[in-house]
Design a binder for this molecule. Structure first.
Ligand code: ADP
Ligand code: ZN
Ligand code: ZN
Length: 757
């Protein structure tokens, strides 16, 4: 018999698998192993078994250890990661290891938190509770409880009686029950189940459409304004699927141990949002096991949650982008909340987009995927409606479109949005009289206000009024931001810091001016204008501790804060019933940014912040200060008309042939010395040109941010009207590049469907 050769994926920057001998250990595909590599041992994953190798068998080494106590990764997951690695032109081994919890990348067996679970034998199933004497009260209760449910864990037994575990063991002794070890499920303090609202017509329509085809692949775009009840739609879908699965497995005929037949993955953009959603889901779906997966969990918590997902124990999994690569044996539905959010795109190593991977995963499993947003990504909108002006029949209806146009709580009206022309009024510390008056009114009425400004620090520019010198970062092509509290200048790109100079380093003049507003300055200005107001600031500087945001939000809810000043951190998800005014300043530069996605993003952000005003029964108002009140973006925003703005943007994109009308990829490169970057990109450019005539390859250029963290940057843009042509070119190009010596002298990466240029 030929020796089995193990094909092993390792975390090394080479796009290939490595051959090892099993050394007599029975190893399964998906198993985690330790192998000798170079002079040390490395963790690897067995992804295949073969009976031959391109290398001489005698030269192959044996694996050092196999972690056979751990459940192997399933084939579905391996193939999803493989597909993604190929699609995003990234080494499979690195992609696979990066998808695992940190504990599984360490050289040690993964410890799992276990507990015993009890299940009845046939004998126990038929036993008559009445035959047990009344004095053995606990034994009777445990037997009765087991007869009514599939199994009971130790934690569940504890809720019956403090001696219930002993009783369960006694049942095992009698031959009535058997026990086995399962993963421990955390006991989450019981939350009062909240009542179920009556769905409105639009919500009902959405739920009905999706459930009609709930066991087949379909992508749904749930487009609903903020507060329209999208989350409620998610909850109904989850209930539908989980209850259906429960009714099928919770029978004596099918006593599958700890094996609920359905899992639902809910992706959320940021860890800030998971606690709220988690609390809402727990309150409404208390009978199901829910875990979260995000970066603020401890390593051991993350591993434990991941194992609960992998074993099928957790039925609801809420996670940030990486959780799209969690093994989920019973996955039946994927929900992506705030699907337009750019945090779904990974910006380094494998530059995947969790939404796109989710679509692939759902298609392969033949399950639905629901994308929810008030302001869908233009790509998603295009897939749902096509270009209406061109009645583009190919694209329209690729996704099912479901719209929620009304706020769910009857009394909650959409806020009124006013744009104030800053060129026509006298500004007081950068604020218009209208905005100041509106603020005073809110204070008098004891209502709350929110100020949105997308820039932290005191002011974005330090300017010499004599010679126009501007403080800039030596390591990046960017200006240094003034942080007055700490008397420092800081680069927000690389973290570089220095003291604020006393005089201009260029001409010696002492007249250095902080110019423009950041959150700190706005906070200070408001405190001067409105000395009685209680003001809180929310940005990355003020929210460094894990619970600082929660504390501030609690204070807002307890009416201990009148005015909140903050960045986009505040824009999402939070629901403040007494907040009736939103002020927006200094967003104009996004209107004319060279980044073609800037206006799409600004519109989404402003719709989000506007959605914070008037969530309950009080009417809300939004005041935006701008030099361009008649800009198309503001016109659409005033009407809160995402559709018309999205359709306008689509037309523009079609005219200039930008995504989603074409498919693009960037080859990015950086080095200390731009000459190396140039040499590398020139090589790649010439190769790409010669490899395909279907793909348009642009000359190497420098991005807007030419220098970042001391590295000189450049890129080559490739564009095609068909995705396969682009993918084919990329894989040829990447293997050409890998074989070149120059590739080792620069840092390079392929970015498929880049969000930033
Ligand atoms: P979204 O996710 O679209 O922002 P939510 O699901 O959070 O909206 O709903 C906004 C508010 O309306 C929540 O307080 C929610 O409990 C409530 N709500 C949702 N659907 C209904 C309904 N059908 N009837 C009454 N209240 C509802
Ligand atoms: Zn000067
Ligand atoms: Zn810098």
């Amino acid at each position: 018999m030929p020796k089995p050769i193990l094909k092993i994926a390792l975390d090394v920057p080479l796009d290939r698998l490595f051959d090892y001998l099993s050394g007599g250990v029975a190893v399964q595909i998906g198993q985690r192993v330790l192998v000798p590599f170079g002079r040390r041992n490395q963790i690897g994953i067995v992804v295949g078994v073969a009976d031959s190798s391109e290398f001489a068998i005698e030269k192959l080494k044996s694996i050092t250890q196999a972690f056979t106590d751990e459940q192997p990764l399933d084939a579905q997951l391996l193939s999803l990661v493989k597909f993604s690695a190929d699609y995003y032109q990234y080494p499979f081994g690195q992609a696979l290891l990066a998808a695992l919890p940190a504990r599984l990348r360490q050289i040690a067996p993964a410890v799992s938190r276990k507990q015993f679970a009890y299940q009845l034998t046939d004998l126990g199933q038929q036993a008559d509770v009445e035959l047990i004497t009344k004095r053995q009260r606990v034994l009777r209760s445990v037997l009765a409880a087991l007869q009514m449910s599939n199994q009971l864990t130790e934690a569940e037994l504890d809720t019956i009686s403090s001696t219930a575990r002993k009783a369960a063991k006694a049942l095992v002794g009698l031959g009535y029950a058997k026990s086995k070890q399962v993963l421990a499920v955390q006991r989450v303090p019981a939350i009062l189940a909240t009542p179920e609202p009556q769905l409105n017509d639009e919500q009902m329509q959405a739920v009905a459409s999706i459930t009609k085809d709930i066991h087949a692949f379909r992508a749904w775009l749930l487009h609903g304004i903020t507060g329209s009840g999208k989350t409620e739609v998610y909850i109904r879908l989850m209930q539908h699927i989980l209850q259906e699965a429960d009714s099928q497995t919770n029978t004596y005929q099918n006593p599958s141990f700890q094996n609920h037949g359905a899992q639902i993955l809910v992706l959320v953009p940021e860890i800030n949002l998971t606690p709220q959603l988690e609390a809402r889901f727990r309150a409404r779906l208390p009978q199901f096991t829910l875990v979260s997966l995000h970066s603020s969990l401890s390593e051991s918590e993350r591993l434990h949650h991941w194992q609960l997902a992998q074993s099928g124990t957790a039925q609801i999994i809420i996670g940030t982008r990486l959780s799209i690569f969690t093994p989920l044996p019973h996955l039946k539905l994927i929900i992506i909340d705030e699907e337009h959010d750019s945090s779904y795109k990974q910006q380094d190593s494998m530059r995947y987009h969790a939404r796109d991977v989710a679509l692939v995963r759902a298609k392969r499993l033949n399950i639905p995927v629901v994308l929810g947003s008030a302001t869908p990504a233009l790509e998603s909108w295009y897939n749902a409606v096509g270009n209406q002006a061109q009645s583009d029949k190919n694209q329209a209806n690729k996704y099912g479109l479901l719209s929620l146009k009304q706020r769910a709580v009857a009394a909650a009206q959409l806020p009124q949005i006013d744009c104030i022309d800053t060129t026509k009024v006298n500004l007081q510390h950068g604020l218009t009289p209208q905005l100041i008056a509106a603020l005073r009114l809110r204070l008098a009425r004891k209502e709350q206000s929110l100020f949105f400004i997308n820039r932290r620090g005191y002011s974005p520019v330090l300017l010499c009024s004599a010679c126009h010198w501007i403080a800039s970062c030596t390591r990046c092509s960017s200006k240094l931001v003034v942080h007055l509290g700490q008397k420092r200048l800081r680069c927000h790109h690389c973290g570089h810091e220095q003291k604020i100079p006393n005089q201009c380093p260029s001409c010696g003049d002492a007249d250095l001016h902080p110019t423009g507003h950041g959150t700190q300055r706005l906070e200070q200005t408001l405190a001067q204008l409105l000395p009685t107001a209680r003001i809180a600031r929310v940005d990355r500087d003020s929210i460094s501790r894990k619970h600082a945001l929660v504390d501030i939000l609690d204070r807002v809810h307890n009416q201990e804060i009148d005015i909140l000043v903050g960045t986009q951190m505040l824009a999402k998800g939070h629901d403040f019933p007494n907040l009736t005014l939103v002020g927006v300043i200094d967003t104009d530069n996004a209107l004319y940014s060279p980044d073609f996605r800037a206006s799409e993003r600004l519109f989404a952000q402003l719709m989000q912040v506007a959605g914070r005003a008037g969530r309950a029964d009080k009417a809300g108002q939004v005041i935006i200060q701008t030099q361009f009140p008649d800009h198309a973006l503001f016109n659409a925003l005033r009407r809160q008309d995402y559709e018309s703005y999205a359709n306008d943007l689509l037309q523009e994109r079609e005219q200039v042939q930008f995504p989603p009308y074409v498919f693009v990829a960037l080859l990015r490169a950086e080095a200390n010395d731009y000459a190396l970057v140039q040499q590398f990109l020139q090589f790649a450019f010439e190769q790409a040109r010669s490899l395909s005539n279907e793909v348009l390859v642009y000359d190497p250029v420098r991005p807007q941010m030419e220098r970042l963290k001391g590295m000189e940057r450049g890129h080559v843009l490739m564009q095609a009207s068909h995705r396969p042509a682009l993918q084919k070119l990329l894989s040829h190009l990447v293997s050409k590049i890998r074989s070149q010596a120059i590739a080792a002298k620069v840092r390079w990466a392929v970015d498929v469907n880049p969000l930033e240029f």
